[in-house]
Design a protein around this ligand. Structure first.
Ligand SMILES: *Cc1c(COP(=O)(O)O)cnc(C)c1O
Length: 407
């Protein structure tokens, strides 16, 4: 068969299954209000939780970064790709997360690839060894792909049911007397489909009990969860207690690009020596590094930003429920609005866009059959009147579609 036939068939299959992804171009910067199809829309679908992707202080820092440090490095870190600003950003993140050290990557996808590749595939003096990784069923694709780089001869991978501590403990108990070199529990901090947090306190207790290390990918947590936005660990009173924390600079913190791992000084030094996406891929450009530094500074200095995110989230959650919509409870700015059938989610997101609200639907196979939803993501960049405008559109479209009843 010819390549073209093969891929055409697959694209048709995706189309028939309603799972083709399509892109809608924004005609403006990312923000609380964006321009789409020539019209303004309230943005409820971005990871721009703190509204920093178009914040004047972040933009200014990025421009100054380019002026002083240039456009790019044309090098990896250990050759000629390290500038003082890279070290400054790494230190800032370490301090923010109360960890000893931090290593930057071009994305958190790359960070996750590096982490698992560098950890479970190295002998480190052992002739015969095996590590074991316990991984939440709903972990992000990049954690799954990172684990795929662990060879089956050197690492067992075990999946526990999503957030299910009994299932995790069952696996840990099963392996208690086995001769594993390292035991590692890997979880997202916040799961992006439901907006729920990993039960970190209990995971921490289990890790202590069974001698396991904890790896948390807090891409949707840092800048969002906890009183000061230090993430899922802060939320559970465990800041500085988690062995390895991955974060992104592509969501709340500026939203451009980049990722990092924070951990012990020793471990981060080890990653600089062994992490292949770090060693063999370009270092972050100065505009992004300086923008990210400014984003952390803003978050630390201007407490009103994180407060606004939390207040906006509470307000939206309360009001959308009051209108009669069925949402998944919680406190995260990811607010899933449950609609059931895929067709309802598709129709509603299209109608909402016409009413000036940009929101994305999720349906099978991304979420289970019959659990199609719209996923709202609240941001500090939204003004109360923007949220009210979105709520009005929800009410109008929801009534028309008979998802909520007329009062
Ligand atoms: C978004 C996300 C990533 C990818 O982040 P990038 O920095 O864009 O590569 C990784 N892990 C989780 C849990 C995410 O939500």
């Amino acid at each position: 068969m010819q390549l073209d036939e093969l891929i055409t068939a697959e694209l048709k299959r995706l189309g028939d299954a309603n799972s083709l992804k399509y892109e809608t171009s924004l005609q403006s910067a990312q923000g609380g209000i964006v321009k789409v199809n020539g019209k303004e829309a309230v943005m409820l679908a971005s990871n721009n939780y703190l509204g920093m992707s178009n914040h004047p202080a972040v933009i200014k820092a990025a421009i100054n970064g380019i002026k002083k440090f240039g456009y790019g490095l044309a090098s990896v870190r250990f050759l000629t790709g390290t500038q003082t600003i890279h070290i400054e950003l790494e230190r800032k993140i370490s301090k923010f997360l109360k960890s000893e050290d931090t290593i930057l990557f071009s994305s958190s996808f790359a960070a996750n690839i590096a982490f698992f590749q560098a950890l479970a595939n190295e002998k480190l003096g052992y002739e015969n060894y095996k590590d074991v990784i316990y991984s939440d069923q709903l972990n992000h694709a990049s954690i799954i792909d990172g684990q795929r780089l662990c060879r089956p001869e050197t690492a067992d991978r075990k999946i526990y049911m999503h957030g299910d501590l009994a299932d995790l403990e069952r696996l840990l108990l099963e392996d208690k007397d086995k001769n594993y070199r390292l035991r590692l529990i890997a979880t997202d901090g916040v799961f992006s489909m439901e907006g729920d947090m990993a039960p970190l306190q209990k995971i921490f207790e289990l890790a202590k009990k069974y001698g396991a290390l904890i790896f948390i990918d807090d891409a949707h947590g840092i800048g969002v969860c906890g009183k000061s936005g230090r993430g899922t660990a802060e939320n559970f009173g465990l800041l500085g207690e988690i062995d390895f924390t991955v974060g992104t600079l592509g969501k709340a913190i500026g939203g451009a690009a980049g990722g990092f791992i924070s951990g012990s000084r020793n471990f981060i030094e080890y990653m600089r020596q062994k992490g292949r996406p770090y060693i063999f891929s370009n270092s972050l450009p100065p505009a992004v590094v300086c923008g990210s530094i400014a984003a952390f500074d803003l978050l630390i200095k201007d407490k009103s930003i994180i407060k606004r995110l939390h207040d906006n989230t509470d307000y939206f959650r309360k009001e959308i429920k009051r209108l009669g919509f069925d949402i998944i409870g919680g406190t995260h700015p990811i607010v899933p609005i449950m609609l059931g059938e895929a067709s309802a989610a598709q129709e509603m997101s299209n109608k909402l866009l016409k009413e000036g609200v940009y929101i994305k639907g999720l349906w099978f196979p991304v979420v289970p059959k019959g659990k199609a939803r719209l996923r709202a993501q609240i941001s500090a960049s939204l003004k109360k009147k923007d949220i009210d405008r979105a709520l009005e559109a929800f009410e109008k479209v929801g009534r028309k579609m008979k998802i909520i009843s007329d009062k």
